[in-house]
Design a protein around this ligand. Structure first.
Ligand code: TYC
Length: 110
């Protein structure tokens, strides 16, 4: 605004603040649950091994979660960023595939 005459024109609203405030929002990345699914063929010991090896569970924790999956059909085995969850799912599926077990692992947004 360089023309001093225009500065006093009430119809010229260039320098009028809108009474709207945007709340500052802190961005949290979405998290993903990694789910292990039950089946009738994968040996319990293999599932326990997977949970110890890939999800850093103690043997006791791994047995508990494996039995939850066995009884209920599914359990959350961890919550991660999208990239880590994808990697965990791929690692579980690869270990199962190598041993020819039908174990299934998926992820879903929390
Ligand atoms: N139901 C399997 C069995 O009786 C054990 C099992 C547990 C399989 C957990 C998969 O994610 C699973 N051998």
């Amino acid at each position: 605004m360089t023309d001093p005459l225009k500065m006093s024109d009430p119809n010229h609203r260039e320098d009028v603040d809108l009474a709207v405030k945007t709340k500052p929002r802190t961005q949290r990345p979405p998290l993903y649950k990694v789910l292990l699914l039950n089946d009738d063929f994968t040996p319990m010991e293999f599932v326990v091994h997977v949970l110890e090896r890939l999800f850093s569970m103690t043997r006791a924790q791994a047995i508990e979660i494996m039995l939850t999956v066995h009884r209920k059909g599914v359990a959350v085995v961890g919550v991660f960023s999208h990239e880590i969850a994808e990697t965990k799912v791929a690692q579980v599926m690869e270990l199962a595939r190598r041993q020819q077990h039908p174990l299934q692992c998926t992820m879903e947004k929390e």
